[in-house]
Design a protein around this ligand. Sequence first.
Ligand code: ADP
Ligand code: MG
Length: 324
Amino acid sequence: MTPEFNLIQKFFTPKQTQADLGIGDDAALIRVTEGHQLAISVDMLVAGTHFLHDCSPYLIGWKSLAVNISDMAAMGAQPKWATLSLALPEINEAWLAEFSRGFFACADAYKVDLIGGDTTRGPLTVNVTIMGETPHGKALKRSGAHIGDEIWVSGPLGEAALALAAMQGRVKLTEKELDTCRQALEQPQPRVALGLKLRDIATSAIDISDGLLADLGHILETSGVGADIHFNLIPRSEIVGHHLHENQMQVENQVQTMILAGGDDYELGFTAPANRHDEISSLSEQLALPLACIGTITSGRNLLVRDANEAILNINETGYDHFA
Ligand code: ADP
Ligand code: MG
């Protein structure tokens, strides 16, 4: 595809930009706030792997940016700029108009500037690079968890995985339940406000994109610690809780796996010293976002999940593997 400048002008030129130079030149120019570090992350979404081919372009647009913003949230960074690289099988203006509408809805909601990108012919792929800022030395890394820290999780987990299971016919949901769960799957709300507040509180953080066990596992590995968590303390929505207690062993196991290992939640998992407990509880009220303390960091190197009777659950699902 030759540079389709008209296309870019039509669909990807933001109304305004805080960048010194935005789309239209050979490179964009941005200015990083003094005393801050630039946080950079990239996430690629491929049709058939990360979204279904018939997924609405509006939602692909929203989600492709939202998952990147979520990485900024997990770093305690303020997301500011993004670039967008698109591989398109054909030029379908109706598709592009909807994609662009979804992308900018998310960009506007989180005050992110689109400052450049690339457009080429190829199998439908959306690649976003996000850039944000964090005061020098304040970023929330995966490696900072200490023995004795409490482990926290935001929001309810499992709805996105439940939606996917219902769409694939593995679980039956009412239309209303499916609508709610699809919202979690297709239009995740990255926890930026929480990430910013955690800069001075948390010792480590990660966004839960591949499932709680897998992502908490990354914190444990990089921090060189273990964890002891309680299944019943993990926040779940009413719908997920309802299906967990359906009295059908097969469904119960599936839903348990969704809470522990379902992907696409885009909530934050983080650790903090126990003496910050009350502060985090009031943060939860302030942000109107459930924050649950689900366990503690231990000196062992493994991740134990206990049931209501303190018995250790036998866990074998560790998360969604894109190559599986
Ligand atoms: P170049 O030949 O320098 O790569 P392009 O024609 O690819 O230039 O891009 C022209 C301008 O449009 C650049 O500023 C580029 O960053 C921007 N751009 C191209 N594709 C996209 C896109 N999908 N989204 C946003 N900006 C884009
Ligand atoms: Mg180019």
